[in-house]
Design a protein around this ligand. Structure first.
Ligand code: SF4
Length: 355
């Protein structure tokens, strides 16, 4: 597998490719024009392109399948250079706003949900991704390429705002070095310039890795997949809770450098008759009492073969009201892309036969 130019920061490329002004041009091709190969780079001399082609690829991903949901969500199946596949999702977060004269007052807002691994080691019992086991970590370039590829495919200009959520296949903090590098590359001013506050790392709660990410001070948000308020149920849902229990996660979150204007997001996957009762809501309020938190309640989306059920709407609403009445910000997230299995924990590496 050749490295991709997307694996490197601009500074690193300046070390690898001479003269420096060519790197500036190449950087523009990569992040402003979304070049897919060296042929696209019109102002780079032929001899240089031939030399670079021997050592590097431009974009290491190929779109092999695309599913469009009725709500505008697009799920991409992407193939890597070694033939492995993983998924990324294009999410429409806000509709375009138009005034009475038909002028656009606000562009539509989008987020991209990216994967950090092919498969996942964590093995959550409710997760479709986990069923396929773990194959390998993605490189920084393979993480960066997902955003470049999806922006290109949706004609989304480089300077239009976009949010990144590390919530696709894999546990981001289990691939911390490549994740951190991808975050840095996204932030580069002459590239996509996606600031830390537009990037959210969602973790199943590797408490020691939360500390390491915090120490890197990258300015990103974190979201914690909590899902349960007692260790017994959480271990059933997320087996590695044995090594990183609820208390250790809460303590790590308290140590994480958070912008004081921001809140830490706690994802709570609501499963019928498992964690949808008011007793659980009460424990959740107590658990988060010292944290500036926001809770996202997520409906469990059943998939073929699962033993868990989708909760009743009335129980979701009662749970939400309890949290709000006790001072917590809380939303019920309607899972976007539910009809194409693009909701959290539903991404998986598909075999050819399933496409
Ligand atoms: S929910 Fe996330 S952390 Fe858990 S197995 Fe699935 S991909 Fe891994």
């Amino acid at each position: 597998m050749k490295p991709s130019l997307l694996d490197y920061t601009q500074k690193e490329l300046i070390e690898l490719i001479k003269p420096k002004f060519r790197v500036k041009q190449i950087y523009g091709w990569l992040y402003h024009q979304y070049a897919e190969n060296f042929e696209d780079m019109k102002n780079i001399p032929k001899a240089m392109k031939e030399e670079l082609t021997q050592k590097y690829v431009v974009n290491p991903l190929k779109i092999v399948n695309k599913e469009v949901s009725s709500d505008g969500t697009i799920k991409y199946l992407l193939e890597l250079q070694d033939g492995k596949t993983m998924e990324a999702v294009w999410l429409k977060m806000k509709e375009q706003q138009v005034d009475c004269n038909g002028e656009i007052t606000q562009e539509a807002r989008y987020s991209i949900c990216v994967s950090t691994q092919v498969g996942c080691k964590v093995g959550c019992s409710f997760c479709l991704t986990a069923k396929g086991g773990f194959t390998r970590d993605l490189t920084a370039g393979e993480i960066v390429a997902q955003v470049v590829t999806l922006k290109r495919d949706n004609n989304h200009k480089h300077n239009r705002k976009i949010n990144i959520v590390y919530m696709g296949m894999g546990e981001p903090l289990d691939n911390l070095a490549n994740l951190a590098k991808a975050i840095e590359i996204f932030k580069e001013e002459e590239g996509l310039a996606i600031g830390g506050k537009r990037q959210t790392v969602s973790t199943s709660g590797l408490s020691n890795q939360i500390d390491k990410l915090g120490a890197m001070d990258l300015g990103v948000h974190i979201a914690i997949s909590l899902h349960a308020v007692d260790d017994e149920l959480r271990t059933e849902l997320i087996p590695m809770n044995k090594a990183h229990n609820i208390d250790s996660i809460i303590e790590a979150v308290k140590r994480f450098p958070i912008d004081t204007r921001k809140r830490v997001m706690f994802e709570y996957l609501v499963i019928k008759n498992k964690n949808d009762d008011l007793g659980s809501a009460k424990k959740l309020v107590k658990l988060l009492s010292d944290i500036k938190a926001k809770v996202n309640l997520i409906y469990f989306n059943p998939y073929p073969g699962t033993e868990y059920d989708r909760p009743e709407r009335k129980d979701m609403v009662a749970f939400q009201e309890y949290l709000i009445n006790h001072g917590l910000l809380c939303t019920i997230r309607d899972s976007k892309g539910i009809d194409i299995s693009a909701a959290c924990g539903q991404l998986k590496e598909k075999t050819e036969g399933e496409i």
